[in-house]
Design a protein around this ligand. Structure first.
Ligand SMILES: [Zn+2]
Length: 892
């Protein structure tokens, strides 16, 4: 590559220095006729095109690397790999488990069949145990209750959930254990292959490898196969608060899924105990971890929670949380089947967790964890090759040093500009400040334009095109963001040096420094707010500063093509790393928008996300445009790409958001509860009764996308008025998610067949001065919900449920609400409890709104014929979860 430098110089160019705006325009937009090399733009348009091509290549390579999986070992290869994890064996176990079908907690499938498969697998593994190990097995049945400040907040009461626990004891007789956890139950209608049958299959194979090995373990490993996670985590609570081995757990590893297949990401670590992450970094062959993922997850934008929370909050133990995170489209649907689990995924997770478990169990820390408690780490992996990590204190120091170094570089350039362009320090600073403002404005312009595009698509009803095919987000929101960034600084550069005559190099340097200064400010704010993900800003600041130093040391003032190589190389490193983070976040986030509710503004969210992530990614590539001749060629190309893609999206079916395969599986989600609603007044008389299908709108296009296929959907009405009148809109919410999923529809329908209708009895009502006690007994199916809202002035004092205190949810008509979830195991046990209310002294009449919901999530009562017929009409690109439910309310 060589620059097309025009060597001819004439006096005309000197006159040009004092010229008008018009000539300035010529200088920076059409400068081919310019004849002073100092004011000549050195890069032909083709060079910039090459850089754009390089970016596309980078994107493709990172996407390919992101999908890389090791080869899964087969049983035939086992003899060559003794002591290795054999993926095919885990696969076979998973196949047996998923053949059962959905394994909802409380169902025969979960409580009997799944337990049988896992325990018989364990028995056959133990038979071949090496004499160096002591193995104990226990099947626990636990009952209890706890408050969960997740979603709108709820109290979870559970009866007879099952845990299968294996303790691989050390011959050294250690009293310290590492816990590894999975759950074998699934959500309704899902075979739960990735979530989380695979976690359990991986654990069984790890158990086999360890038990057959003659290597004596320093500490014990407890394998917990828990039978109730989807039920809001009662089983892990039952284990960590009640099991006889719980007290010896010093650290844990949790295996989960919020996607299917792919790589398992380490997305939560700690709290504290940096040694666990150190062990991970040193031991695992295929790392994938980032404190960015942790900060995103803990911010609550991903609706979901895991047993990690339970071990941390109720067991006061630290650990690691892993999940298969890509392909979240199939998560919690019928498509979460074995076909979505490649051998390579099992091999990868198996190799990693085996190495990690060995490393932790053989390490010295477990015997004295309190000594290693202090500290938190900043961590991230580079393209899955290795983990970069350092303590927060070191991060603060490095960040602070980089801030100082970065400002020094900018100061250096200020002096250089004086030397070469005769610009005073003050003018340079003023201009730098202007450039920073312009860059921030360009980001805002990008946002506004993206939101405008999103608004048009919403208006035209062509939303979520990127759901099944994320490349649409690139055409719709990334290309315009690039064009706007380029055009904004081109126009600004054209006008802003009327007062001073600057060479393109100095102009470029100014914008480069402005970007660097902005990132430095972001880094500085990150230090102040102690944000661990500040490492993102750090990578930009460090490499931009390095670029500044090397440029002036190696190339002097006038650069040639070698300088461009240096620029691409230095800026390329943070570019690659940050794109790798972006793609991981998008793979996680885009499928989530298919289940974030119809009020989620998904199109606008993606517009904002894509535009802001990519404008920042393009930071140091954008100023290069100031060195380029004939920029209109580049701009025309980009604008044409945008317009063509928009036309294809609007005029062809290519933009259809959903897909049922083959190839891409990205179904539209539906949740349908065939519901009976009964409302009583304060005298106990029924004042209202209705039957129908309650449609929970899972995404912004719900529910009318299927009207053509499911004609009854045309009668769906938005539920609005009921939300004021009745607690939780008078609807059988399975979980308290009213704040997130508040838009739902109602389709009038036949009366559902309730196999074991709710029978609520007030066993006792005692009134004393200023208080009342109500004792209840509720009979019904395995899953019940109780909603309570005390009248104004009335408060809940205490209740018989063993939680520290009643947990209030969102306000309803200015009153507190409480949500209790009750579920039992295979045997039916009625829900009995009492509540003590504080009542104003002269209060007479009722004191609470009270509602009971019931859910038939499995077995015979799950669906009657009309519901099955209706679900049968749904097209192949949908995933329907359906069950029978009831809602009955009283004023007591
Ligand atoms: Zn799960």
């Amino acid at each position: 590559m060589g620059f097309d430098l025009n060597k001819k110089r004439t006096m005309a160019s000197l006159r040009q220095r004092f010229s008008t705006e018009t000539s300035n325009y010529r200088k920076y937009i059409h400068k081919d006729d310019e004849d002073n090399s100092k004011f000549q733009k050195p890069l032909p348009a083709s060079h910039f095109m090459l850089i754009l091509g390089l970016m596309l290549l980078t994107f493709s390579l990172v996407i390919i690397i992101e999908k890389q999986l090791p080869k899964g070992l087969t049983l035939a290869e086992e003899k060559d790999y003794p002591d290795k994890f054999i993926a095919e064996r885990a696969f076979n176990i998973l196949q047996n488990l998923t053949r059962i079908g959905p394994r909802t907690a409380g169902s025969y499938e979960n409580e009997v069949l799944a337990v049988r498969i896992i325990t018989s697998e364990i028995d056959s593994i133990i038979k071949e145990a090496h004499s160096n190990h002591i193995v104990q097995v226990d099947v626990q049945k636990a009952s209890g209750a706890f408050n969960l400040a997740f979603l709108d907040g709820m109290t979870n009461v559970y009866q007879d959930v099952q845990n299968i626990v294996v303790k691989l004891g050390s011959k050294i007789d250690s009293s310290h254990s590492l816990l590894i956890n999975c759950h074998f139950d699934s959500v309704l209608d899902s075979p739960g292959a990735s979530d989380d049958g695979a976690g359990c299959a991986v654990m069984l194979e790890i158990l086999r490898v360890l038990i057959h090995s003659d290597k004596i373990l320093r500490h014990n490993i407890i394998f917990l196969f828990n039978g109730g996670e989807e039920n809001f985590m009662p089983a892990s609570h039952g284990f960590i608060t009640q099991h006889k081995w719980a007290k010896e757990v010093r650290a844990f590893i949790n295996l989960e899924a919020c996607g299917a297949g792919g790589r398992e990401v380490l997305f939560q670590a700690g709290p504290n105990h940096p040694w666990i992450l150190e062990t991970y970094s040193e031991e695992v062959p295929y790392p994938y971890a980032s404190s960015l993922a942790q900060e995103i997850f803990q911010s609550g934008v991903i609706p979901g929670d895991t047993d990690y929370r339970i071990f941390r909050d109720f067991g006061n133990v630290s650990g690691l949380d892993f999940a298969w995170s890509s392909n979240g489209y199939v998560y919690h649907t019928k498509f979460d089947n074995i076909e979505q689990v490649p051998l390579g995924s099992l091999q990868r997770t198996g190799d990693n967790i085996l190495a990690l478990a060995k490393g932790m169990a053989q390490g010295h820390q477990l015997s004295n964890v309190e000594n290693y408690r202090a500290g938190n780490l900043v961590f991230f992996d580079f393209l899955g090759a290795f983990v970069i990590r350092w303590p927060m204190a070191v991060a603060d120091f490095v960040n602070f040093l980089s801030v100082i170094g970065s400002f020094y570089c900018i100061f250096w350039n200020l002096k250089e500009a004086k030397k070469y362009d005769d610009v005073s320090g003050k003018s340079y600073l003023t201009k730098l400040y202007q450039c920073m403002l312009i860059i921030v404005s360009s980001w805002l312009f990008c946002l506004v334009f993206s939101l405008g595009t999103a608004a048009c698509l919403v208006g035209l009803g062509r939303t979520m095109s990127w759901y099944a095919r994320p490349f649409w987000a690139f055409f719709l929101y990334v290309i315009p963001a690039l064009v706007i960034s380029l055009v904004t600084i081109l126009i600004h550069a054209k006008y802003y040096n009327k007062d001073l005559e600057l060479s393109p190099w100095t102009v470029f340097q100014l914008y480069y420094d402005a970007y660097q200064a902005l990132w430095t400010i972001v880094l500085f704010i990150g230090i102040l707010l102690r944000i661990r993900s500040s490492f993102i800003a750090l990578t930009w600041v460090v490499f931009a500063s390095l670029g500044n130093i090397l440029k002036s040391k190696l190339f002097g003032r006038w650069r040639d093509s070698k300088w461009l190589f240096l620029h691409i190389f230095l800026i390329g490193l943070p570019f690659v790393q940050n794109f790798y983070l972006i793609i991981g976040a998008l793979y996680l986030f885009i499928p989530v928008l298919g289940r974030a509710g119809s009020g989620s503004h998904a199109e606008y969210l993606v517009a904002v996300l894509m535009s802001s992530l990519f404008t920042t990614l393009f930071s140091f590539a954008v100023p290069l445009i100031l060195l380029v001749k004939q920029v209109y060629k580049i701009l025309n190309l980009l604008v044409a790409l945008f317009l063509i893609s928009l036309a294809v999206l609007l005029l062809t079916p290519m933009g259809f958001p959903y897909s049922g395969g083959p190839g891409i599986i990205a179904p539209q989600r539906f949740m349908i509860a065939h519901t009976q609603r009964i409302f009583h007044d304060s005298s106990g008389a029924i004042i209202n009764k209705s039957n129908g299908y309650w449609m929970v709108d899972m995404d912004i296009n719900s529910p009318h996308t299927v009207d053509y296929h499911v004609p009854i959907m045309k009668t769906a009405e938005l539920i609005e008025k009921d939300c004021e009148k009745y607690l939780y809109c008078g609807l059988p919410y399975l979980v308290p998610v009213l704040t997130m999923i508040w838009k739902t529809h109602w389709v009038p329908g036949p009366e559902p067949r309730l196999l074991k209708p709710v029978n609520m009895t007030i066993i006792e009502r005692t009134k004393t001065e200023g208080s009342q006690r109500l004792s209840f007994e509720i009979n019904g199916p395995a899953h019940l919900g109780v909603m309570i809202s005390p009248f104004e002035g009335v408060e809940i004092n205490s209740w018989s449920i063993p939680t520290p205190e009643p947990l209030a949810g969102p306000m309803w008509n200015g009153r507190n609400t409480y949500f209790i979830y009750y579920a039992h195991g295979l045997d039916s046990v009625p829900f009995k409890f009492w509540i003590d209310f504080k009542v104003p002294l002269h209060h007479t009449g009722p004191i609470i709104d009270f509602a009971v919901t019931s859910h038939y999530l499995f077995g015979e009562g799950k669906a009657s014929k009309p519901l099955k017929d209706m679900v049968g009409q749904f097209p192949s690109w949908t995933a329907v979860s359906y069950w029978t439910a009831s809602y009955e309310s009283w004023i007591l």
